[in-house]
Design a protein around this ligand. Structure first.
Ligand SMILES: [Ca+2]
Ligand SMILES: [Ca+2]
Length: 181
């Protein structure tokens, strides 16, 4: 019995002498890895995304939006439209899982549930399709800008890639739509 009491005493001494181990106390400058949502190129380069198509291009332009750092719940991504191209006249958005109006829209970036793929980040494709109008209306430009990204847990992600105060990459994607009339 005495032995057990002694062991408990020793354990209690060891446990109380333990304090939280803080790397910061050792002089390390700890910064959390910024988590972001951004447009993505194949291969992960930060080259600006510019697509040149014509009004008669029927292929959907799939613009990949990713959360490379991963997310614990689905992210609602809000984007805006700018440029001379008019929603519903020059282009439409065909991606399910979101909605769009003349000003922009939202899309759901679903959390990856298959953990197998090495390069299989959480991502979604925003599908944009050109519309023919039969009118000589000139070439148009569509710029899609990521405005905000927040997941179901309320975590906000920065939009675009890059350090705060520096150049932000891949926050926008541009589609140039050539008039065919
Ligand atoms: Ca047009
Ligand atoms: Ca036209």
């Amino acid at each position: 019995m005495k032995k057990i009491v002694l062991i408990i005493l020793i354990m209690a001494t060891v446990l109380t002498s333990c304090t939280d181990f803080e790397l910061g106390d050792l002089g390390f400058d700890i910064k959390p890895i910024g988590s972001y949502v951004a447009f993505a190129n194949a291969g992960g380069t930060v080259t600006p995304i510019v697509r040149n198509i014509s009004e008669s291009t029927t292929a959907v332009q799939n613009l990949r939006i990713e959360c490379a750092t991963g997310t614990l719940s689905d992210i609602t991504v809000t984007y805006s439209f700018s440029g001379s191209a008019v929603f519903g006249t020059d282009f439409s958005v065909v991606t399910p899982g979101g909605s769009a109006t003349a000003a922009g829209g939202t899309i759901l970036l679903k959390r990856k549930t298959d953990p197998d793929g090495v390069n299989d980040f959480d991502f979604v494709n925003l599908g944009v399709q050109a519309l023919t109008d039969g009118v000589a209306d000139g070439d148009k430009t569509l710029v899609i800008t990521l405005v905000s990204a927040v997941n179901a847990d309320g975590k906000e992600f920065s939009v675009g890639r890059g350090a705060e105060g520096g150049t932000i990459y891949l926050r926008t994607a541009t589609i140039n739509i050539e008039d065919v009339d």
